[in-house]
Design a protein around this ligand. Sequence first.
Ligand SMILES: [Zn+2]
Length: 90
Amino acid sequence: MSISVPTDTERWRCAQCGNLTRFDVTRTVRSRDYLHLDLSGASRVEESEVLAETVEHVRCRWCDAVDAVDVVPRPAAEASAGQEQAAEPA
Ligand SMILES: [Zn+2]
């Protein structure tokens, strides 16, 4: 089963318990990082750019369901989409 990654207007919802906010995500990330090393040789990442990302597994922190997430609209996106379709009076 492939996992759909939410866009800017979407979010995950656990299909089993409805959790919207807490997930353990296992993902493969290809990134380009700016490492800033101090004179002792210790490094830290000061900038990180994600070049590619693949979500492998999503586990719900509430009910432990694995890869059982639905992609649903975020509240703001849902509201604006509703306005466009319904054209409710202000
Ligand atoms: Zn759940």
